[in-house]
Design a protein around this ligand. Structure first.
Ligand SMILES: NC(=O)c1ccc[n+]([C@@H]2O[C@H](COP(=O)([O-])OP(=O)(O)OC[C@H]3O[C@@H](n4cnc5c(N)ncnc54)[C@H](O)[C@@H]3O)[C@@H](O)[C@H]2O)c1
Length: 350
C-alpha cells in the first residue's frame, strides 16, 4: 500500500501522548521526521517512533524532501507561522485545533493552501470515534426524528501551572472554550450536518487565577432549528468529569458518556420512540426501551491519520474539510464576542 510520509512539528506533547502512537498503527502512514525545540527530546522521540530524522527547527524539517505532509502539534501561537511555512514548502497540513489564534489567521492559511492545492485539515479526531460515526448515520437516517436539542460537554481539572502556554491568552487564544469547547462545537455540527447560526454565552474565570476562561457555557441555535448546549470547564475534577453527549429528537434520544475524549471508549444508550398521542400520565419508565450502542474500540488518532492519507492518496473527500474547521473557529470568535457584549451574536457562514 502506498504510504503518506509524515513530518511532525512539536512532537513532544499530544503528538507523543496520542497521535504518534496512533500513527504507528495507521496502514497508510510512514514517519519520516520529528521536530522538537531541543535536540535531546527530538532524538528521544526519533528513536521511540523509529523516524529517519530528528530536527530542532521547522525550516530543516520542511526542507526534507521525504516529508510530504506535516502534523503541526505545537502551541497554538506557533501554528500560523509554521503552517504558512509548510504551505510555502508545498507540504500538506494536518494541524491541531484551534488552527490558529484568530479566525483571520485561519482564513489566510486555508486560502493559501487552496491556492497551492494543498490539503489542510484540523485535528478534530472525535469525528472518528466509532460511536460518533454511528450516531451521525442514525441522525442523518432520521432515526431520532427531527433533532431538537443537543448537548456536548468536556471538562477537566486544570490548575495554575507557571509558564503554561494554555493559561496565557496571547499564546492560546483562549481557555476552556478555545481548548476543549472547540471539540464539542465541531462534534455537534458534524453529528447533525448542520451549523450553529446564533450563539449566547457565559464565559469567565471562576476558580483559577489565570487570564483565560476556566468556565464556558454556550447556547446556540443550529440552522436546522435545534438548540445546542456546549459546556467546557477547566475547574471540574477529572474523576467528576462525565463528558456527556446528549442528542434529543422527536423520535428518541442518544445519551453518551465518555465518548467525548481522547480514546475510542465510553458508553452510549439510545431510545427509539414513537410518541403517538399526548400521554397525560407521563409514564416514562414504562414506555422507555433503552438500547446500548456497542462498537469495537479503535484509536481515533489512527483513523484521523489514515483518513487524511486516504484523501490524498486515493482522492477521497477529506473527513475534516478546511471550511468546516474554519466554521468552528468562527463560532468560537462569536461566542467570546457574545459573552463580552452580553448579547446573542449571529454567526456568519464562511
Ligand atoms: N486533538 C487532541 O486530542 C488534542 C489534545 C491536546 C492538545 N491538542 C492541541 O495540540 C496542540 C499542542 O498542545 P499540547 O497539549 O501537545 O501542548 P504541549 O505543550 O504539551 O506540547 C507542545 C509541544 O510542542 C513543543 N514546542 C513548543 N514550542 C514549539 C515551537 N515553536 N515549535 C515546535 N514545537 C514547539 C513543546 O516542546 C512540546 O513538546 C495545541 O494546538 C492543542 O490545542 C489537541
Amino acid at each position: 500500500m502506498k504510504k503518506l510520509s509524515w513530518g511532525v512539528i512539536g512532537a513532544g506533547g499530544i503528538a507523543d501522548r496520542r497521535t504518534l502512537p496512533g500513527m504507528m498503527l495507521a496502514k497508510n502512514a510512514s514517519l519520516a521526521a520529528v521536530m522538537e525545540i531541543e535536540a535531546g527530546p527530538a532524538e528521544t522521540l526519533r528513536k521511540k517512533y523509529n523516524a529517519a530524522k530528528a530536527y530542532t527547527s521547522v525550516e530543516e524539517l520542511l526542507a526534507d524532501p521525504v516529508v510530504e505532509a506535516v502534523y503541526i502539534a505545537s502551541p497554538v501561537s506557533a501554528h500560523y507561522k509554521q503552517a504558512l511555512a509548510a504551505a510555502e514548502a508545498g507540504k500538506h497540513i494536518l494541524i491541531e485545533k484551534p488552527v490558529a489564534l484568530s479566525l483571520d489567521e485561519g482564513k489566510e492559511l486555508v486560502k493559501i493552501c487552496a491556492e497551492k492545492k494543498l490539503q489542510f485539515s484540523a485535528g478534530f479526531m472525535m469525528r472518528f470515534h466509532p460511536c460518533h460515526r454511528e450516531l451521525r448515520e442514525i441522525i442523518s437516517g432520521g432515526g431520532l426524528g427531527k433533532i431538537v436539542s443537543l448537548r456536548a460537554q468536556l471538562t477537566c481539572w486544570y490548575p495554575e501551572i507557571p509558564g503554561a502556554w494554555r493559561q496565557d491568552p496571547a499564546l492560546s487564544g483562549g481557555g476552556a472554550l478555545m481548548d476543549m469547547g472547540i471539540h464539542c462545537i465541531d462534534l455537534l455540527q458534524y453529528l447533525t450536518g448542520s451549523r450553529a447560526v446564533r450563539v449566547s454565552a457565559l464565559i469567565g474565570t471562576r476558580i483559577f487565577s489565570y487570564a483565560v476562561d476556566d468556565s464556558a457555557s454556550l447556547i446556540m441555535e443550529f440552522e436546522n432549528g435545534a438548540h445546542a448546549f456546549v459546556d467546557a470547564f477547566f475547574n471540574i475534577p477529572d474523576d467528576a468529569s462525565e463528558n456527556r453527549l446528549e442528542i434529543y429528537g422527536t423520535g428518541g434520544c442518544a445519551l453518551a458518556a465518555g465518548t467525548i475524549g481522547q480514546t475510542g471508549g465510553g458508553s452510549c444508550s439510545l431510545v427509539y420512540s414513537n410518541p403517538g398521542g399526548y400521554n397525560k400520565n407521563q409514564n416514562r419508565e414504562e414506555s422507555r426501551g433503552r438500547q446500548n450502542l456497542s462498537w469495537t474500540e479503535v484509536n481515533p488518532y489512527t483513523l484521523e491519520i489514515e483518513s487524511f492519507g486516504d484523501s490524498l492518496l486515493n482522492g477521497n473527500k477529506p473527513e475534516v474539510p478546511a471550511k468546516e474547521a474554519l466554521q468552528v473557529q468562527r463560532v468560537i470568535a462569536c461566542a467570546y464576542k457574545a459573552a463580552r457584549e452580553n448579547r446573542t451574536v449571529e454567526i456568519p457562514s464562511g
